[in-house]
Design a protein around this ligand. Structure first.
Ligand code: PMP
Ligand code: GLN
Length: 379
């Protein structure tokens, strides 16, 4: 059998979580929260099953949920959207990204990916038959080098992918970056943005999340993906949504309808109701900021160097003062010999770039974080 994705193995998140389980290690590798989903949200899903909301929802998602999403976007500073034409409920952000790329690019098209990049981007581009163009973010702050990006754009570049707050670095785009994006789109009429904003509500120190949906021009040229999994600590529910202008969304739905058709109906009803209350999503910044600070303080006496995290629930630690072995090897040793699982950052690069960085997920209780930090301080 000739593989369609010869360079792809099993995703690093499965590999590291499995290794953590096998070695009974504290799992700070794959990103998922340790604490429970709101009882109110669980009750809403249950009630909706009880009253019989158990059959297929409409293909683009329940109208009540799409209306609630449009209202939320407007309330948080975004443009007014046509909920019927411009929003589709998806099986997590992963399906949103996959269906969008499949629908919009093919042979001869190029897609710019800023690395380190979330690991589902490039395989989707390759499956679509298009060419990924990886460009490294700048060190040490993981900011985009806009001049370099401009040089790499050709008439074949159809999509520029961005991700803020950024997994794995925790870097965030600022107002100036939004201006650069506008300039780039104006100079390249064939170009669209695919903006991954799944961590929109996990941003720290009073920073503002700059969504491309907060600007009418950027919104008119963007596909934007979100995940209820992140915002409601329910990564296993796999629900998200994609926002795009009608003409683009028409194409995305052609793929979505044959990829999964629609998403779990009772959860959609529950989300529609839960989203009405701002406190259900605006409150998570503070909770995660405390966790970031707790973990950073707890490892501050270790030999690991902290790379500042401004958003997401990830903390990068640099181990170069401890060892110069490759990050995958170091991550493996950390699990097998010390009992803490992390993600080697080289997994987020297409050409293995090794900066001796590991990613730790701090979406955990303080006891777990303290236990892991105590181990890291002894290394
Ligand atoms: N994009 C980024 C940057 C992510 O970190 C994740 C998941 N952690 C996703 C997309 C996928 O989200 P979902 O689980 O909703 O498919
Ligand atoms: N997005 C999560 C992370 O970055 C993992 C999602 C997955 O396991 N596919 O860790």
């Amino acid at each position: 059998l000739e593989s369609k994705l010869p360079k792809v193995g099993t995703t690093i998140f499965s590999v590291m979580s499995q290794m953590a389980t096998e070695n009974d290690a504290i799992n700070l590798s794959q990103g998922f929260p340790e604490f429970p989903v709101s009882q109110e949200l669980i009750d809403l899903v249950y009630q909706n099953m009880q009253i019989g909301h158990n059959q297929y929802a409409p293909m683009p998602g329940l109208p009540v949920l799409r209306k609630a999403i449009a209202q939320k976007i407007e309330k948080t500073g975004g443009v007014a959207l046509d909920f019927d034409a411009e929003i589709t409920v998806t099986v997590g952000a992963t399906e949103a990204i996959f269906s969008s790329i499949m629908a919009l690019v093919g042979k001869g098209d190029e897609v710019i990916v800023l690395e380190p990049a979330y690991d589902c981007y490039i395989p989707a581009i390759e499956l679509a038959g298009a060419s990924p163009v990886p460009i490294a973010l700048q060190q040490p702050d993981f900011s985009p080098d806009w001049e370099l990006i401009k040089q790499q754009i050709s008439k074949n570049t159809k999509i520029l992918m961005i991700n803020s707050p950024h997994n794995p670095s925790g870097a965030v785009l600022n107002k100036q970056d939004m201006e650069e994006l506008k300039e780039i789109l104006k100079a390249n009429p064939q170009l669209m943005l695919l903006s991954d904003e799944v961590y929109e509500h996990i941003i720290f120190d009073g920073r503002e999340h700059f969504s491309v949906l907060n600007d009418a021009f950027l919104a008119s040229r963007s596909i934007v993906v979100y995940s209820f999994g992140k915002t409601f600590h329910a990564t296993g529910w796999k629900i998200g949504y994609v926002v795009a202008p009608e003409m683009i969304m028409k194409e995305i739905r052609k793929v979505h309808q044959y990829n999964c058709f629609t998403v779990h109906t009772p959860s959609q009803h529950a989300m529609a109701e839960f989203l009405q209350y701002e406190k259900n999503y605006l409150g998570i910044n503070d909770m995660y900021e405390k966790k970031r600070d707790f973990f950073a303080k707890a490892v501050s006496n270790s030999r690991f160097k902290i790379v500042p995290s401004y958003g997401t629930y990830f903390q990068l630690l640099d181990y170069s003062a401890i060892s110069d072995i490759p990050d995958m090897e170091f991550a493996e040793k950390l699990i097998k010999e010390h009992g803490v699982a992390s993600i080697p950052v080289s997994a987020f690069y297409s050409e293995r770039k090794d900066d001796h960085l590991l990613r730790f997920c701090f979406a955990k209780g303080e006891e777990t974080l303290q236990k892991a930090a105590d181990i890291l301080c002894r290394i």
